[in-house]
Design a protein around this ligand. Sequence first.
Ligand SMILES: Nc1ncnc2c1ncn2[C@@H]1O[C@H](COP(=O)(O)OP(=O)(O)O)[C@@H](O)[C@H]1O
Ligand SMILES: [Mg+2]
Length: 241
Amino acid sequence: MHFAYNGAETEALSGVSLRIAPGETVALVGETGAGKSTAMKLVARFYDPTAGAVRVDGVDLRELDMAGYRQRLGLVPQEPYLFGSTVGEAIAYGRPDATAEAIAQAARAVGAARMIASLAGGYDHPVGERGRGLSAGQRQLIALARAELVNPDILLLDEATAALDVASEAAVNRATDALTRRRTTLVVAHRLTTASRADRIIVLDGGRIVEEGTHDQLLDLDGRYAQLWDAFTGMYDKRSA
Ligand SMILES: Nc1ncnc2c1ncn2[C@@H]1O[C@H](COP(=O)(O)OP(=O)(O)O)[C@@H](O)[C@H]1O
Ligand SMILES: [Mg+2]
């Protein structure tokens, strides 16, 4: 599969061939500009490939009914915008008919219930413009609960780059695990702890797949992923020092 943005001289994705099994979690890693977000956008059909095809259950996305397909899709963007005026409404966005019990169930399923209970007013806590007053970790937990409530069978998760404190990071990791467990997931992993827990890791560089395997396989390979992992764990050591 190939893809070039309109007017671009070089392809953003070049000869990328990737097959994801039902229920599998695949993590995309790579430097800025490698093509990770572009790959997600093609799966969501924000764009069509310039050559080749993106297929779901063997069917070319261009032949699918988009409204039906989008309902099967859970999208967690990098900087989740919280719609609605309260935490409860923000979770229910995408399923406005959801009952309070269904909303609470989704929050429990991703482990966000305790965080919400700690907010003044709980589910009635105001979210405001861009979730002002909520931390990055709290916003991410709400976005993950929102995706859980939609109950998609395909999940596209573009992980936030914002640094989280240790407690929030643990909560977000648990929520991500709960959400991805039974679902076919493509995650752009900015935190390599997320990549390390995926069933498979794809390393993109300059629009091409340069490495592919499990965390252990790629560490053994001692290539690009191993370098990224060393840099990442080194950064962690410095942060906690
Ligand atoms: N809307 C766009 N128009 C033109 N070029 C783009 C656009 N979005 C991304 N690109 C280019 O495509 C390449 C891949 O970008 P992207 O998929 O965003 O990388 P990543 O998510 O890995 O950082 C980069 O060279 C980037 O500059
Ligand atoms: Mg990106």
